[in-house]
Ligand binder design. Structure first.
Ligand SMILES: CC(C)(COP(=O)(O)OP(=O)(O)OC[C@H]1O[C@@H](n2cnc3c(N)ncnc32)[C@H](O)[C@@H]1OP(=O)(O)O)[C@@H](O)C(=O)NCCC(=O)NCCS
Length: 170
């Protein structure tokens, strides 16, 4: 039976092995890694799927900030790297991981949530590229894959997405 449980530090080697298997080691060159490598994943918003002793899926979240042209800074959550084991596709593992992470985000008032991924998959969880067309990242990004979930009315149309806590000289 598959259980969704909070990710622990001790799960990290298995999570990394799963992500290498599903995305390839070149995943570390992706723009998302320039956003997430500045901090540890947020333990309260990160989950693994376990079938007995085996880790069969994971989702992790990181703190980000959105810097507007006037210097305003708003918090964002990066949801990164949802994956399930290759031999366990279509069992609802990724869906359950997404539901757990998004429920935790909502309970902790950590929306809005940003991710870089396939809109056909993430659209079902409320993600869309509508609000992010003018957002800049620290690397190239396919605009159709820069997806946001959460109210965008109060967010700037043009902004920089950065790891949380980045400061710039005035
Ligand atoms: C994408 C992924 C996370 C789906 O995991 P999963 O555990 O099989 O997902 P679920 O069983 O919860 O859901 C499967 C559903 O998602 C759909 N789906 C899977 N990948 C999809 C994609 N790239 N685009 C659109 N739909 C997709 C399936 O068709 C299926 O649809 P259905 O429910 O209508 O039948 C998994 O294939 C994976 O780890 N892929 C490699 C890493 C990856 O691409 N991660 C996400 C993109 S950043």
């Amino acid at each position: 039976m598959i259980e969704i449980v909070a990710a622990k530090a001790a799960d990290l080697p298995e999570i990394e092995a799963l992500l290498d298997a599903r995305f390839g080691p070149a995943r570390r060159n992706r723009t998302a890694y320039r956003l997430r490598d500045a901090a540890a994943p947020d333990a309260a918003l990160s989950f693994v799927a376990r079938d007995g002793d085996r880790l069969v899926g994971s989702v992790q979240c990181w703190p980000l900030q959105l810097r507007g042209p006037g210097g305003t800074i708003l918090p964002l959550t990066l949801l990164g790297a949802v994956a399930s084991a290759a031999d366990r596709q279509g069992e609802g593992i990724a869906t359950r991981l997404m539901q757990a992470a998004l429920a935790a985000v909502d309970a902790a008032a950590r929306a809005p949530v940003l991710l870089i991924g396939d809109a056909p998959f993430y659209g079902r969880f409320g993600f869309s590229a509508a609000a992010t067309a003018g957002w800049m990242l620290p690397g190239p990004v396919d605009r159709d894959r820069l997806l946001l979930r959460g109210a965008a009315d109060a967010l700037p149309a043009v902004a920089w997405v950065e790891p949380a806590g980045v400061r710039r000289a005035a």
